[in-house]
Design a protein around this ligand. Structure first.
Ligand SMILES: [Zn+2]
Length: 375
């Protein structure tokens, strides 16, 4: 046998055991080693080295012997790697395929699994590997699907899934039961239908914020519904308010939202882009009694380090007007952006503006937009 064929038969054995219990089930280090050595002999392979990770799980890829093995494979020291089962290398099929693709294939190293008749050197073995990978994926999908079906079934039977809504607790059987806050839910609706604002309701009922009042008004749990991924089903829990009350409040919310649109500035979407054309300082959104305004930092005392010219006379502008002008120019410039604008949230709007606008210079009511190149 010449040197080259000797090198070609050089094989490594890789063994992994995670726990003592595996050793009891015929996976012990010595049993794996004996069987793998016998296979090497049968295939005419010379055992170069035995790599062994004792006490590591197959999902942990930070295993010392595995690392050493992959390094040796990569450096071309070994031509075949023999394992008892594919999951000895990795429990995650994606990690396994990654190792094979990135390390075994480029170095033309065979991977041979004793129990799965996989040999990456033969077309049949490679096909078997692909089939195995497909089944592993399929299994994962099936488990997810089964869990999903389980959840849908659960919710369709009227039970609540997920975070327990305000006004309820979950009992031992997993069902929603009214708690002491239920009375507050009723009060929220009562006050809202009597024209009280969200903030006032929050303060009176000692709720954390007007946002939490809003979510109480929005939740369909309080009139007996359960929901899953935006679909609603009749729940089996006791409602706090009637469907009529909920519907009237919903209508009121819709009307108020409609009336606010266009008159309220979207929350500070131009923040960070605004500069004063008179002194060069940054400009800020400042909430005043009736309107939110855009103000040169030089004219404010709160951020002394941003003052450029304490005598700056750049007038304050209503934020709504500045935003309107900027948006008009943006809509004219970028096709199609207008249609989706009202659906976008604040963060999306900020990103859309920032990716196109370098800065906005405001001088005596004039608004000069500096666009990024290419926009
Ligand atoms: Zn200024």
């Amino acid at each position: 046998m010449n040197n080259e064929t000797q090198a070609a038969t050089r094989a490594a054995i890789y063994i992994r055991v995670s726990t003592d219990r595996q050793a009891e089930r015929g996976y012990s280090i010595s049993e794996q080693e004996t069987k793998l050595k016998a296979m090497c002999t049968a295939q005419g392979l010379k055992v170069y080295k035995v790599y062994c990770d004792d006490g590591y799980t197959g999902s942990n890829m930070e295993r010392p012997a595995l690392k050493k093995l992959l390094k040796d494979v990569w450096e071309g020291k070994i031509k075949s790697v023999v394992i008892y089962k594919l999951d000895r290398l990795s429990r995650d099929i994606q990690d396994l395929l990654e190792i094979i693709r990135r390390i075994f294939m480029p170095s033309k190293t065979r991977l041979i699994s004793l129990t799965e008749s996989i040999d990456t050197c033969t077309p049949g073995g490679r096909a078997a590997l692909n089939v195995l990978a497909t089944f592993a994926e399929l299994e994962k999908d099936t488990i997810n699907e089964r869990m999903e079906m389980g959840r849908i079934g659960y919710v369709k039977s009227g039970k609540w899934f997920g975070k327990v809504p305000f006004g309820y607790d979950r009992n031992k059987e997993g069902n929603l039961v009214l708690n002491a806050d239920a009375i507050k839910v009723r009060q929220v609706f009562d006050m809202y239908l009597h024209g009280k604002g969200l903030k006032e309701i929050a303060e009176t009922l000692k709720l954390t914020s007007s946002e939490s009042v809003n979510s109480i008004l929005k939740s369909k749990a309080s009139h007996g519904f359960v929901q899953y991924r935006g679909e609603y089903f009749q729940g089996i829990h006791e409602p706090i308010i009637s469907k009529e009350t909920y519907d009237i409040a919903a209508e009121l919310r819709a009307r108020q939202k409609f009336m606010q649109k266009g008159s309220a500035p979207s929350p500070y979407v131009l923040v960070g882009l605004l500069y004063c054309g008179k002194c060069g300082s940054k400009m800020a959104y400042v909430k005043q009694e009736h309107y939110t305004k855009i103000v040169c930092h030089s004219t404010r005392k709160s951020r002394p380090h941003l003052i450029v010219d304490p005598n700056c006379k750049n007038p304050r502008l209503r934020a709504v007007n500045v935003e309107e002008t900027v948006l008009e120019k943006l809509f004219n410039r970028v096709d199609g952006i207008k249609d989706s604008w009202s659906e976008s949230d604040t963060e999306e709007k900020r990103i859309a503006l920032r990716s196109r606008i370098e800065k906005i210079i405001v001088t005596d009511g004039d608004i000069d937009i500096h666009w990024h190149q290419g926009h």
